[in-house]
Design a protein around this ligand. Sequence first.
Ligand code: GMT
Length: 390
Amino acid sequence: MNDKLKIGITCYPTLGGSGVVATELGKLLAEKGHEVHFITHSMPFRLGKFHKNIFYHEVEVSEYYVFRYPPYDLSLASKLAQVAKMEDLDLLHVHYAIPHAVCALLAKQMIGSKLKVVTTLHGTDITVLGQDHSISDLIRYAINESDAVTAVSKDLIKETRESLDIDRDIDLAYNFVDKRVYYPRDISKLRGEFARPDEKILIHISNFRPVKRVQDVIEIFAKVSKTVRSRLLFVGEGPDLSKMISKVRELGLTDKVTFCGKQDDVAQVISLADVMLLPSEKESFGLVALEAMACGVPTVGSNAGGIPELITHGETGYLAETGDTEKMAEHVIHLLTDTEHYEQVVQNCLYRARHTFCNDITTVQYEEIYYRVLGRELPESHRIVDSFCQ
Ligand code: GMT
């Protein structure tokens, strides 16, 4: 029997950590010989160049004039069914419960085959949408009917169980980074563009949504910059951008803050920094903090959601209560002024990212889940992971 699988992947392809995780996972599965079909409304932004074993099927939405709202969900369900049938897919792995899991379940019913549905919960599908009573029953249905459900932290599993009254099995599959991409980059030529040699660099990368508390980032930086000569880089775009610009101006920090917009080579940008700030209100995992960890940049942030599962306070970064910008600033100052301790934290970060959250381990975890739902054994040859990760 051919031990390679045919896997359909659906995600939000143009933004967010869930799209990054889904795309990177697809690339890794394809490298291991599985056939991967991305079924999305646009080309996933992290897909990049042509990859062997990867196919892209675009979901086109009907704009017929009777529709007040173009029915993306129905188009997606139809496309999932069509591709699953045409390509004889073994399973659909959908990232984010709404609408992807619901569409996959509809596709499964439409083709009436043995197609399996694996749903990965990423965070706001539970912590924000799961609280919306107009759709919480639908999310519960999608979770209960999927053949397997994974979540990106223990905290998200707990939150899913408590807030949606779910008692089915949920597999834990943490976010991961590809160690061939995320490592401390040589930034000797670039750093001078952003800071003077005696200045430290703080960085925040996000979609600037209220949940990220970007105002806290500015407050932390305002306090730090009184003690440590430093600069702040913002990478990303989002609804709070104009408020951020006003606050930076109000606090007289304009000369010290750079808004870099969206950036593709995240590992390169992160490597410029000395500390990552992540003071979020909610964060099921905090992929950006893991990306920073893998580049040897410690994070100071809130102890919200799954962040403490990634960052061990005092060892690989520092955490404080959400909103406690005073404490977070103290932690940043401590890190930036104690060189020996900082170097130890950097080494701890590199070790933890490579040994606990590395691509090889996570790919096997997801493969185990796929073979399990298909009632098959994971082939021995697929268990082999890079010795560095073990
Ligand atoms: O952080 C965001 O707002 C984007 C969001 C997404 O759905 O793409 O990220 C979520 O999924 C990431 C990947 O699993 C997690 O690392 C983020 O912590 C999570 N964001 C939140 O829970 C707010």
